[in-house]
Design a protein around this ligand. Sequence first.
Ligand code: GDP
Length: 465
Amino acid sequence: MNRFGSELNKLVNRSLDRHVRLAVTGLSRAGKTAFITSLVNQLMHVSTNPRLPLFSAVREGYLLGAKRVPQVDMHVPKFGYEEGMSALLTSPPAWPSPTRDVSQIRLALRYKPQKGPLKLLQDTATLYLDIVDYPGEWLLDLPLLDMDFVAWSRQQAQVLKGKREELAHDWLAEGEQFDPLAPADEALIERISARFTEYLFKCKAEGGLHWVQPGRFVLPGELAGAPVIQFFPMVWFDKVTEQQLAEAGEDTNAGMLKSRYRYYQQHVVKAFYKEHFAKFDRQIILVDCLQPLNTGPESFNDMRQALDQLMQSFRYGRSSLLKRLFSPRIDKVLFAATKADHVTPEQHPNLVSLLQQLVNEAWQTASFEGIQMDCLSLSSIQATEPGFVDYQGRQVPALRGHTLSGEAKTLFPGDVPRRLPSDEFWQSSEFDFLNFRPLVAQSDEPLPHIRMDKALEYLLGDKLQ
Ligand code: GDP
């Protein structure tokens, strides 16, 4: 009877163990790698972690511990937690290297159930937490599913203005002689695609622009060098009409571009949504609002447009593209303004208000059926310490830290606008921050952070009840 009882208990335990897939995304350099490294680190120190007062499971002592366990999806690369920690623990500390593809890490969280059937049946339960990291740029590709090659080419031709047109110069020049109706020339298409890809890279690196399509061209992951990411939009509409382009046969240059585009839609974009996105339960979207404030209005507005596009993936109205593909599961989305330690603490409410403004418009005009949303500001891994300095007889807030080259600095980076910045802000703002290296960390202590506990509470609090 005893043996039977204990077997039954094991069986019940197994069937009651729960599982949550938390997706972490954001445009490149938004702070995904730092966030996941810190999140894992905070949870691994959970039993002795004094830095998580806003996370009720820790505050009230019912989260007992966390450990790393092997991931189940063996085809997804592992998130480099150890590598990140060893960079942070070197002397002087360094930032973890960012990941460029989808990656994953699994933790088992042991807790004392607080309510429901688990509380009656078990003293302790396990929540398996899969944290999945993927580039936000991949979400910019969703609209491609609703556009054929001709419509996409038209749209790309329309955005070739201002800074983008300048950055596209070499690609546009290389394609000048391209005859879309001539027999397919793979080597030529490869060459012009390389210039197109360089243009997309330049948009990000030189232009501070985020809206780049197709997203995989700049973050190809395992697709690097594959023909599926060797095509470009046919933007030279003086050479060919839309109808000619639409009707061009398979064996022409345009035919090859069209078939690669279709392959990309089906096997890259759709596959990501079906294999990964469809399985996420919770989502955090990290946004670096401060870098575009440093760079200027074009970069800021472009980030806003990229965020609008990115949010389309969470619109699950009945006729939405994703609902037609599968039924998405995400029920909570958290937007987090990262690197809050770049500005002094009294600016944090402004940072949240700015982020709310950035996402609210899109949020309110769309149908996000059954999804809860919230915004906060955080610093995954603190690099500065706040304090005050004496300025003309007054105590003013300031930040102290070491620059990436090791120089000790104390500064006030400026005011964060509460609302979307006006022309006046851009003309008069002296907003300027420096990149600091992370604060010195100890291997037996959790990493210093700001409001990671608030993020944990929002994302996991109810799952640990
Ligand atoms: P990813 O491309 O989204 O994975 O971005 P990373 O996590 O690699 O972050 C990009 C850079 O942002 C890092 O190298 C740091 O310089 C900076 N960063 C990220 N998180 C923080 C933070 O919490 N505080 C500060 N000061 N800088 C951060």
